[in-house]
Design a protein around this ligand. Structure first.
Ligand SMILES: Cc1cc2nc3c(=O)[nH]c(=O)nc-3n(C[C@H](O)[C@H](O)[C@H](O)COP(=O)(O)OP(=O)(O)OC[C@H]3O[C@@H](n4cnc5c(N)ncnc54)[C@H](O)[C@@H]3O)c2cc1C
Length: 437
C-alpha cells in the first residue's frame, strides 16, 4: 500500500513535455528503479529544422555541440541550431583515444588548453552528466638528455601558465610503469614529464552531455542534415542549403573538423588544412595494468587503459591524405613497434578493434577559431590530433566569437591570417608538415 501511494505521488510529479529535462541524481535513479525504469526520457530532442535561426552551427561533434551549449548558456542565444550530416558524435568525437591534457609550450596554446582543462574539471557538474572525466595523469617519457631539456622547458612554460607539471626521474617512472623497457638499447627511459591533472574522459558521453545541455536550453539539434551549399548576398552568407531544405541564419559557424576543406570549398574558400587519417586501437580487456596515459618520447605511440580494461592506443597519421575513415597496415605496424619498444609486456595482448578518423591538420599544428573573409561565416578548425581535449574551451571561445564578434582572450592567436602574416603557432618548430605535428 505504501509503495503504491508512493508510486502514485511520483506519477503526479512525473515529467511532462512542458517541464524541463529530468535532472540526473541518485534520487532520480532510485525513483526510476521504483517505477521499473519506464520513465526515462530521451536525453535531447531530435529536432526538425526550422526555416531560420540566429546562429547555425554546422557539425554535431563535440566542438559544435559545446559551441551551441555555451551560446545558449553563457550568451543567452537560444535561437540556435546544430546541423549534423549523420548522427551526433559520429565523427572524430566518437573515434578518438579520449586523452585530455594541457601540456603545451607556446603562449598561444598553453592558456587555451589550461582553460579547457579547468572546464573539464567542472564539466560533469556543469552538464549534470557523467562524462567519466578521469584525472589519472599523463606521462610523457623521455629517452635522451636533449629530450629531458626540452621537456623541462615545456614543464616550466606550463607552470608559468598555471598548469601543473613535474619532471620525474627514472626511478619515479619505474614506480608508475615497472614493466616498461627501461634498458632498451635504442630508447632507454631516462625520466618523464608528468601532468597529474591530465587523463581521459568518455568521448561519447561528452557529446551526449553537451547535446542534452544545449537541447535543454532550447537549441535545435538536427541530425541527418548535411550542409550541401550556402546562399550569399554579396560577401555575406545568409543561409545554408541542406539535405533537409534551406535554412536562413544570421551567422553560420563551421565546426566540421576533418571535413573543413570540403565544406569551405562549397564557398570557394581554400583553407590551410589537410585532411589526414589517424587510427586508434583497442585490445581485449586485461587486468589493471596502465595507471595513467603514457606517451613514448622516441616515436609516436600513446596508450591508456579504459575502465573496461581494454588498452586504448594509437600513433602517427596515415601516409597519404584520404577521407576514407579507415586506415592502412603500415601504420598498424608502426604503432605496434612503438608499443613494443616502450612496453614489451603488451606484445601478446590481442587487438579487439581498430578504426580511423579524419583529422583537420593545420599547417602549423595549431587550431583556427576565427572569422572568415565572408561576413557571417566563422571557422572552428585545425584541431589535428588534439581536438578532443580542447572541446570545452573550443566551444567556449567559438561561442564567444559568434556571440560578440570578438576573440576570447585565450584563443586570440588562433587567427586564419597567421598563415599569411607568418605568426605561426608551431609547438615543435616542424613547419608545414602535418605528420610531424
Ligand atoms: C583516432 C583518433 C584519435 C584521437 N585522439 C585524441 C586524443 O586522445 N585527444 C585529443 O585531444 N584529440 C584526439 N583526437 C582528435 C579529436 O578527436 C578531434 O580533434 C575532435 O574530435 C574534432 O572536433 P569535433 O569533435 O567537433 O569533430 P567531429 O566529431 O569530427 O565533428 C565534426 C562533425 O561535422 C559533421 N559534418 C561534416 N561535414 C558536414 C556537413 N557538410 N554538414 C553537416 N555536418 C557535417 C561530421 O559528420 C561530424 O560529426 C583524435 C582523433 C582521432 C580520429
Amino acid at each position: 500500500m505504501l509503495v503504491r501511494t508512493y508510486q502514485y505521488m511520483l506519477r503526479l510529479t512525473s515529467w511532462s513535455p512542458v517541464l524541463r529535462l529530468m535532472r540526473y541524481s541518485f534520487l532520480t535513479l532510485g525513483r526510476a528503479a521504483l517505477r521499473g525504469h519506464r520513465d526515462w526520457q530521451p536525453a535531447w530532442r531530435d529536432a526538425e529544422p526550422r526555416p531560420s535561426y540566429d546562429i547555425v552551427v554546422v557539425g554535431g561533434g563535440g566542438h559544435g555541440l559545446a559551441t551551441a551549449y555555451y551560446l545558449a548558456k553563457k550568451h543567452g542565444l537560444r535561437n540556435v541550431a546544430v546541423l549534423e550530416k549523420g548522427w551526433i558524435g559520429s565523427g572524430n568525437a566518437g573515434r578518438n583515444t579520449t586523452i585530455i591534457r594541457s601540456n603545451y609550450l607556446l603562449p598561444g596554446n598553453e592558456p587555451f588548453y589550461e582553460w579547457s582543462m579547468k572546464l573539464w574539471e567542472g564539466l560533469e557538474q556543469e552538464l549534470n552528466y557523467n562524462a567519466m572525466v578521469s584525472q589519472r595523469g599523463v606521462l610523457n617519457v623521455f629517452h635522451s638528455d636533449a629530450q629531458r631539456d626540452a621537456f623541462a622547458r615545456r614543464g616550466n612554460a606550463m607552470r608559468l601558465a598555471g598548469a601543473d607539471a613535474e619532471l620525474i626521474d627514472t626511478d619515479a617512472v619505474r614506480r608508475i610503469l615497472p614493466f616498461a623497457d627501461f634498458d632498451n638499447a635504442r630508447f632507454p627511459i631516462k625520466g618523464g614529464l608528468l601532468q597529474r591533472r591530465g587523463g581521459t574522459a568518455r568521448h561519447d558521453a561528452v557529446v551526449w552531455g553537451y547535446a542534452r545541455g544545449a537541447s535543454d536550453l532550447g537549441v535545435d539539434i538536427v541530425q541527418n542534415c548535411e550542409v550541401t551549399g550556402f546562399l550569399r548576398e554579396g560577401d555575406r552568407v545568409i543561409a545554408v542549403e541542406t539535405t533537409r531544405g534551406t535554412i536562413h541564419a544570421g551567422k553560420v559557424g563551421l565546426a566540421v573538423a576533418g571535413s573543413s576543406s570540403r565544406v569551405a570549398k562549397l564557398l570557394g574558400l581554400r583553407l590551410p588544412i589537410e585532411s589526414h587519417l589517424i587510427q586508434a586501437f583497442v585490445s581485449e580487456a586485461v587486468k589493471p595494468l596502465i595507471p595513467c596515459v603514457v606517451t613514448f618520447g622516441a616515436g609516436h605511440f600513446y596508450i591508456s587503459q579504459s575502465d573496461k580494461g581494454g588498452l586504448v592506443f594509437g600513433g602517427d597519421i596515415d601516409g597519404y591524405n584520404s577521407y576514407a575513415q579507415r586506415g592502412n597496415l603500415p601504420v598498424v605496424e608502426d604503432v605496434c613497434e612503438g608499443g613494443m619498444a616502450l612496453m614489451p609486456i603488451i606484445g601478446r595482448v590481442r587487438i579487439l578493434r581498430n578504426w580511423a578518423g579524419l583529422l583537420d591538420m593545420s599547417m602549423d599544428g595549431s587550431p583556427i577559431i576565427d572569422r572568415t573573409p565572408l561576413d557571417g561565416l566563422y571557422l572552428n578548425s585545425g584541431w589535428c590530433y588534439g581536438g578532443f581535449k580542447a572541446t570545452p574551451a573550443s566551444g567556449w571561445c567559438f561561442a564567444h566569437l559568434l556571440a560578440r564578434d570578438e576573440h576570447h582572450e585565450v584563443a586570440s592567436d588562433y587567427r586564419l591570417d597567421r598563415f599569411e602574416t607568418g605568426h605561426l603557432i608551431d609547438e615543435k618548430g616542424q613547419g608545414a608538415q602535418p605528420n610531424l605535428h
